[in-house]
Design a protein around this ligand. Structure first.
Ligand SMILES: [Zn+2]
Length: 277
């Protein structure tokens, strides 16, 4: 019975990467579709349902399914919480390093031998704060260097660079002509950091995300759209300082679509423009 139902649903033309299964439910009278927490689709059918009818229902609700799957994927956007234990992974410029706690180290935090070496702190919070601090100072150096390198090409002045906890944004242009970047940004791969830098540098010349902004951005980074899509994905999984088990992690609502730390797909361009600073 389910074999012929499976065959009929398989022929209904759902995208190949969607996973689904058919289940016959003795009490059901109609076909029911549900997106489960793991992102798979459950097709619940009444006994004796005709395969062609089930396939027709699935086909007719394809758009609804796409929306439900997207909503589920957005919910699973998750900034990880970290634990201060040997072997915990920490990203730096897009590469993953394992944490190694040591007792004797002349610095609080440093990269050494492919590991992120941290002097054993009094408390886990202290240790994670030291790592966040280290990210910030590494980030300031790296991002200042990149801002200096890009400024000339874009025709902007070389801005002074600050680091802060920007909550839901990667970068921010300040009224005094300086730019601020999120301390967590240095975890991103270098090409995505360039996108963040160039975006803010272009803002020094053009305030809003209008056509002129886009033109200048694409002139500097012809593949900006692809980088933005990757940033929206990768950015959702960047560590923002939460400790596992103790603090839980803070819910953050993106304010700026393109640079939202928790990338939100599907926002309209107009909405993005209206909400980006
Ligand atoms: Zn912007």
């Amino acid at each position: 019975m389910t074999d012929s139902l499976d065959t009929a649903v398989a022929a209904a033309g759902l995208p190949a990467h969607w996973s689904w299964r058919v289940q016959v439910r003795p009490r059901r009278r109609t076909v029911g579709l549900d997106v489960l927490p793991d992102g798979s689709i459950l097709i619940a059918v009444p006994p004796g349902a005709r395969p062609a009818d089930v396939a027709a229902v699935v086909r007719s609700r394809r758009l609804w399914l796409a929306t439900a799957l997207k909503r589920r994927a957005d919910l699973s956007a998750e900034h990880p919480a970290k634990e201060l234990v040997d072997g915990e992974g920490f990203e730096y410029l897009g590469r993953r390093y394992q944490l190694k706690l040591v007792d004797d180290l002349n610095a609080l935090v440093k990269l050494h031998g492919g590991a992120l070496v941290v002097r054993r702190p009094g408390t886990d919070q202290e240790g994670l704060a030291a790592i966040a601090q280290w990210y910030g100072s590494r980030g300031r150096r790296w991002l200042s260097g990149r801002a200096g390198a890009w400024a000339g090409r874009i025709g902007a002045g070389v801005p002074s660079v600050r680091i802060d906890d920007l909550g839901t944004r990667w970068g921010l242009r300040n009224r005094d002509g300086s730019v601020t970047f999120h301390w967590a940004a240095i975890q991103l791969p270098a090409d995505l950091l360039d996108l963040v830098v160039v975006h803010e540098l272009v803002h020094l010349l053009v305030s809003h995300h209008n056509d002129e902004f886009r033109r200048r951005l694409l002139l500097a980074l012809p593949d900006a759209a692809e980088l933005e899509a990757r940033l929206a994905q990768v950015g959702r999984h960047v560590w923002l300082g939460a400790a596992r088990g103790e603090w839980g992690h803070a819910a953050v609502a993106p304010r700026c679509g393109e640079f939202a730390v928790s990338g939100q797909h599907g926002q309209s361009a107009r909405h993005r423009r209206a909400t980006c600073g």
